[in-house]
Ligand binder design. Structure first.
Ligand SMILES: Cc1cc2nc3c(=O)[nH]c(=O)nc-3n(C[C@H](O)[C@H](O)[C@H](O)COP(=O)(O)OP(=O)(O)OC[C@H]3O[C@@H](n4cnc5c(N)ncnc54)[C@H](O)[C@@H]3O)c2cc1C
Length: 408
């Protein structure tokens, strides 16, 4: 155990998984006064260590997230956002989406929504580091560099080093392959997209104009997400190129120069020639949704409860929505002197989140299907729909506000 001195091995709440989602939840729970533990397999010292960087393409982490305004507000309330702002991040003011097979194009502008930015692109490790910086000054008992190898409601959490930790409520924030979900017997609905997301970082000849660029083709979407290095150089973008598995494998096997040229063609040179491309990584894409998020003594949050196609960059934002709702319900439980595992409390959390997560997942699925079809009626619908929406300010702004996580 690192960090904070805790005498007990029994807690009100124990969070398994200290990624972007679990570490935020643990921090919020400790601030509410619950005795809270967080367990993660990664060493905290590694997560906290600053990144040596010259600010070039290979210095950026390939995994980044488009953090919505609602998620930013949660991270602000937890005191972690100021650490994000102290590091590399890029607030984007515009988003341009277009159909590679047609003429449909739509542009979202922060100014039309009377806001400074539509969201902020942040490397995932920067968010985790910001949260761990706050955790180090909190009352959370951090068990790092140790895997959880079992859970039973009667005995609690079993660590790989033989220790057992008890808790009234255990929260599974252990990612898409959640073992907690499996041990609790919580079934999922899932399907393979037969796609992989290729991620890397590029430097382009023209600056990104603080805009997220996204081009849809029938084989999948390609996103250029704006980044800034320490010197404020606005020519870097993080790429998420989702492609059918066979095509993704072909792209991954290309030599660097051929890949660079194909990427430049696919984005239709929106930002001029691509000058440099970093190493590439590929993530298989799978949609997954737990049929229940809660059972006696256990709740799921983040990717452990749902994984979604990255085409609209909403996975982590949905996870932060779970964190906000669970904190809200457990805060109320504390005021009413209820157990954190009270069934009515957990039931309310599930009701609040399941509908919202499902509707976002359904919208992404519909969007993906619409762009996957090459037949004329679908192309007509895409192009006419995009042009129509682009000219219809109230509806367009509502779509943007929904993606930003703000209610209008
Ligand atoms: C290509 C791609 C692009 C994406 N882009 C965006 C985006 O732009 N915006 C967005 O909102 N989302 C995006 N997402 C989704 C986002 O990355 C995820 O939703 C988010 O990382 C989930 O965080 P998490 O904390 O729930 O899970 P994870 O990040 O998977 O964290 C799980 C943690 O649990 C720990 N753990 C697991 N098992 C154990 C165990 N047995 N014992 C101890 N510790 C354990 C792990 O060490 C890890 O730290 C993207 C996803 C992909 C694949």
């Amino acid at each position: 155990m690192t960090g904070n001195s805790v005498q007990s091995d029994r807690f009100d709440v124990l969070v398994v998984g200290g990624g972007m989602i679990g570490s935020a939840l643990a921090l919020g729970l400790a601030r509410q006064g619950w005795s809270t533990a967080l367990v993660d397999g990664m060493p905290a010292a590694e997560l906290l260590s600053p990144v040596e960087t010259a600010g070039q393409v290979d210095d950026f982490e390939p995994r980044v997230s488009a953090i919505s305004l609602a998620s930013q507000q949660l991270l602000e309330a937890l005191g972690a956002w100021r650490h994000v702002q102290g590091g590399r991040h890029c607030a984007y003011r515009g988003m341009t989406v277009w159909d590679a097979e047609g003429t449909g194009r739509i542009h979202f502008d922060a100014a039309e929504l009377h806001t400074d930015a539509l969201g902020t692109i942040v490397e995932n490790r920067s968010i985790v580091r910001a949260l761990y910086t706050e955790l180090a000054n909190s009352d959370v008992a951090l068990f790092d560099a140790v895997q959880v190898r079992g859970w039973k409601p009667e005995t609690g959490i079993e660590l790989e080093d033989g220790r057992t930790l008890g808790a009234t409520l255990v929260v599974g924030a252990d990612g898409g392959q959640s073992r907690l979900r499996q041990w609790a017997g919580l079934a999922t609905r899932e399907w393979d997209y037969n796609q992989q997301a290729i991620v890397c970082t590029v430097r382009t000849r023209q600056p990104h104009q603080y805009t997220a660029w996204q081009c849809f083709s029938t084989t999948g979407p390609l996103a250029f997400l704006p980044l800034l290095n320490e010197a404020g150089d606005a020519h870097f973008c993080s790429i998420v190129w989702s492609q059918d598995t066979v095509e993704a494998r072909r792209l991954m096997a290309l030599d660097a120069e051929t890949f660079r040229a194909e990427l430049e063609r696919a984005i239709e040179q929106q930002l001029g020639p691509i000058e440099t491309v970093s190493r590439r990584f590929a993530f298989p894409l799978r949609q997954r949704h737990a049929k229940d998020y809660v059972t006696a003594g256990l709740a799921l949050v983040g990717d452990a409860a749902h994984t979604i196609h990255p085409l609209a960059g909403q996975g982590a934002n949905l996870g932060y929505g779970d964190v906000a709702a669970l904190l809200d319900e457990l805060g109320r439980a504390r005021r009413l002197v209820l157990s954190p595992a009270d069934q009515a409390v957990l039931g309310r959390y599930q009701r609040r989140r399941k509908g919202e997560n499902l509707s976002m997942m359904a919208a992404m699925e519909g969007f993906k299907q619409l762009f996957a079809r090459d037949e004329l009626p679908f192309r007509w619908l895409r192009n006419t729909g995009m042009r129509w929406l682009d000219n219809l300010a109230p509806l367009k702004n509502r779509v943007a506000a929904e993606a930003m996580g703000i209610k209008r």
